[in-house]
Design a protein around this ligand. Structure first.
Ligand code: ATP
Ligand code: ATP
Ligand code: MG
Ligand code: MG
Ligand code: MG
Ligand code: MG
Length: 269
């Protein structure tokens, strides 16, 4: 019978290993696009930054925050996004594989689902994939430093890519020549090349490109007009205000204290 089969085979469940995330720690899930160097080339991403792709990444991350529980902040740049679960979260009993795979699959399916909103008629040529990893951070300082690390990475890569592609697109250098030119240069040298040779002040480049995308929950009072019928009298339009939680995108510095002072609910005691 079915029951006997169950008792006979059920022992295999014991082969599952425990991957419960340590209590009190922030759980970070970071996704990264698989082979996006090739994906970007095949889908004609503009260099160094394709805003359609960045928009789609942000939209997909927003869907992850809206559909899954307990994510308080997300940060993304290039083909990666990090999601932070609040330290008290008990979602899926804090099982790392459950959290990570839910994030990765919700993100991937959203990336495909919303493709057209950002790329219009340009077809998606094959199903993209994202890898995921889980990292635990026991203190607020560790979590902040993690996010600082990702934003610093965004800055370093974007400064390099901005100069590189300016040298190619406006300076007429080949990619090999541009690479050569940038060998051993420091941030100050790169800023100077942009300013002196191309009249570009790096600080005036788009914040989306320089700072990446930070998503947080924000409470907003929303007022909608509702048509109501009052005590059998005539219908009347009345304004109804309610507090709504929605995901808001920022392209600001998250390394300094300012952002964290302005959003004190993100970090917990
Ligand atoms: P892996 O599978 O190891 O992650 P990868 O090719 O995805 O390999 P990454 O280090 O993740 O390598 O780099 C992602 C690459 O995708 C970037 O170097 C860049 O070429 C491209 N890319 C991602 N997003 C964009 C974008 N918005 N605009 C332009 N290029 C992008
Ligand atoms: P959880 O998120 O915990 O997995 P769940 O609703 O997905 O919740 P499952 O135990 O995975 O629960 O069961 C999947 C359910 O989906 C089935 O019980 C059935 O109702 C429905 N379902 C899945 N595939 C089919 C199918 N091919 N035809 C009809 N129903 C299906
Ligand atoms: Mg990689
Ligand atoms: Mg990648
Ligand atoms: Mg990457
Ligand atoms: Mg199921």
């Amino acid at each position: 019978s079915g029951n006997m089969a169950k008792s006979k085979f059920e022992y295999v469940r014991a082969f599952e290993t425990d991957d419960t995330c340590l209590r009190n720690c922030y759980i970070v899930v970071r996704l990264d696009g698989r082979n996006f160097h090739k994906f970007a080339a095949q889908h004609k991403f503009t260099k160094p930054n394709d805003d359609r792709a960045l928009g789609l990444m942000g939209r997909s991350a927003c869907s992850v925050m809206e559909e899954l529980e307990d994510i308080t902040i997300a940060y993304g740049q290039s083909d990666e996004f990090s999601f932070v679960f609040k330290r008290t979260s008990t979602w899926f009993k804090r099982r790392a594989s459950k959290l990570m795979t839910h994030v990765a699959s919700q993100f991937s399916s959203s990336f495909v689902f919303y493709w057209k909103e950002f790329f219009g008629e340009q077809p998606l040529l094959y199903p993209p994939g994202f890898d995921g990893r889980v990292i635990l951070y026991p203190s607020n300082r560790n979590l902040r430093d993690y996010l600082c690390w990702r934003q610093a990475d965004c800055h370093i890569n974007n400064l390099y890519n901005t100069v590189f592609w300016t040298l190619v697109q406006k300076g007429g250098l080949t990619t090999a020549q541009a690479e050569d030119r940038l060998k051993g240069t420091l941030a100050a040298d790169k800023n100077e090349i942009l300013f002196a040779e191309f009249d570009i002040n790096y600080n005036n480049e788009a914040a989306l490109h320089r700072k990446g995308t930070t998503l947080i929950w924000e409470k907003r009072d929303e007022t909608v007009t509702k048509c109501m019928k009052l005590l059998n009298k005539e219908e009347k339009d009345v304004p109804v205000t309610r507090s709504r939680r929605r995901v808001e995108a920022y392209h600001c510095d998250i390394i300094g204290d300012k952002f964290w002072e302005e959003h004190p609910d993100i970090l917990e005691d």
